[in-house]
Design a protein. Structure first.
Lengths: 146, 146
């Protein structure tokens, strides 16, 4: 692992740790309004997806797929959003976000201005499920990596 | 190819056609302020990345990587942004966007509010290069698919 000075994803997990593998980890983010917001973080400091080897790109996207599938199975979201931006923190990480047609921003991106007030009751229903979802992610990622 | 009624990416290319393969195509988008904005569009109508087979996911992301690499080589952007959102058009497409620290939104996402006015002179320098970049993409994607 190459540690870069001042890189928050070299210095710390970057969120609630869910699963840790040799090459990548999965964390749960705390982004207001989007309770089912996970990130697949590449452990080594690379900026761009194409900095990875073909084998590592495949590994990375298969981890993203495992997370996406657990969120779909457990939460039946309106849509999954995937993104690797890295403009703020140029250490490769994939956002995997369960979106709902009732969420504060839908159908806009989570980075866009809100479209409506947050629905705290519906958010709380998802928050209530997070321990089970975290456990399902740990199981699915463990099976996948085995 | 499954055609879905009212899906704009089933009905049309979705932008300036750059390259067309059996399973996917690459188009150049027209998004104000971001001249080097391409999309890898899956030809068949699927909503989510995890709806694809493992082989198709790999194919899809390798095409994204080809596009990313051409943009990096030709434009040396500050950052590449990759995203598959699909909240508006739930037909799998990957945004591949060359971002610059001088662009109107950096370091925010292109979907966020602008951070500063557009720099039309610098945008024009990129627009001037688009014919060469489009040709480089066609060559690189052709070689990749061969």
């Amino acid at each position: 692992m190459t540690l870069q000075d001042h890189c928050p994803l070299c210095a710390a997990d970057g969120g609630v740790p869910i699963w840790h593998g040799d090459k990548l980890r999965v964390i749960r983010a705390a982004e207001a309004g989007f309770p089912a917001f996970y990130r697949v973080v590449w452990n080594r400091h690379v900026a761009e997806f194409s900095d990875l080897s073909a084998a590592d790109r495949s590994l990375c996207m298969e981890a993203v797929t495992v997370v996406e599938r657990v969120l779909r199975e457990r939460l039946s979201p309106t849509k999954i959003n995937l993104a690797a931006l890295g403009n703020m923190v140029a250490h490769l990480h994939w956002h995997v976000i369960a979106r709902y047609d009732w969420d504060s921003h839908f159908p806009a991106a989570v980075w866009a201005p809100a479209q409506r007030p947050r629905d705290e009751a519906r958010e709380a229903e998802i928050v209530h499920q997070l321990p089970e979802i975290d456990a399902a992610l740990q199981q699915a990622l463990g099976r996948w990596a085995a």
